[in-house]
Design a protein around this ligand. Sequence first.
Ligand SMILES: NC(=O)c1ccc[n+]([C@@H]2O[C@H](COP(=O)([O-])OP(=O)(O)OC[C@H]3O[C@@H](n4cnc5c(N)ncnc54)[C@H](OP(=O)(O)O)[C@@H]3O)[C@@H](O)[C@H]2O)c1
Length: 294
Amino acid sequence: MNVIGTGLSGLVGSRVVELLSPAFSFEDLSLDTGVDITKVDIVVPRIESSTAAWVLHFAAKTDVDGAEHERELGAQSSSWIVNVKATEYIVAACKRSGKRLLYVSTDYVFDGTKDVYTEEDTPNPQGWYAVTKYEGEKRVAELEDKSLIIRIANPYRAQFATKPDFVAKIREKLAAGERILSPSDQVFVPTFIDDIAQAIRTLIEQNASGVYHVVGSAALSPFAAAKAVARTFGLDQSLVTPAPFTSYFAGRAPRPFRAALKNDKITKFGVRMATLDEGLKEIKRQLSLRAERE
Ligand SMILES: NC(=O)c1ccc[n+]([C@@H]2O[C@H](COP(=O)([O-])OP(=O)(O)OC[C@H]3O[C@@H](n4cnc5c(N)ncnc54)[C@H](OP(=O)(O)O)[C@@H]3O)[C@@H](O)[C@H]2O)c1
């Protein structure tokens, strides 16, 4: 199947391409292929003239703390221009050419005050990055039954040098013998990117629409997660030090305190979403296979 993709060089998009090719053939709309998605005259004709039935929109400005510094710029901020304005252009092109649109969103659209969040819960984004991602969601929802929004959280994979994920950062610090502070009262649902790829494949094959929480199957604290990383990779767990959420993130962009998203809706489609322990075990297996080959 031929699909159009934005953000395919990123942490999540590049792994999705690795896992879904060659079943899916990706038309890459990126700065490298001459497409800046914020340029309406460039992005719209590229989408409208394609024969692909689906657009997979991964591209975003993803620097959460960086976005906060430009909040006062509002619609002139680069996060708004990429996450909202460019999404508007993509939606308009999809509308005119009858394409389906998959948009990748975030657990940060929730304010983190509830114990668990389902797809029925109303977002209340706090940080500027989260505001722009939720505005993007609203634009995509205008496509009605041709809109598909997947919310992911703290995605991780075996290896991606360009932008290390949280697991890679923890591994690197612990391997260097550095002590790490980690919130012990916060809750999140880290998501194995390989599972996101399978979820996307399934949702596309079913021509699904609506909102899906495509997240890991275990909610835990970042402190417990860091301990799990240390345990799995034989690193020193005693270097992982608990810290309160409020002091850990002081002076940084607001984030949800409790972002325990439920994933029943996607797992009912038969997609298995790993717990962090399961994902880490699989990463270890993939890394040792790679090491054997080299
Ligand atoms: N990473 C997370 O923790 C996380 C958590 C929840 C949700 N998400 C969402 O998941 C999606 C993928 O995130 P990610 O971490 O994989 O992103 P990423 O690694 O930061 O990559 C961002 C991608 O967007 C592209 N891009 C940015 N501006 C562009 C423009 N003007 N024109 C064309 N392409 C542009 C980048 O292209 P270049 O490489 O050419 O710059 C890159 O491919 C995003 O929508 C993000 O909001 C991420």
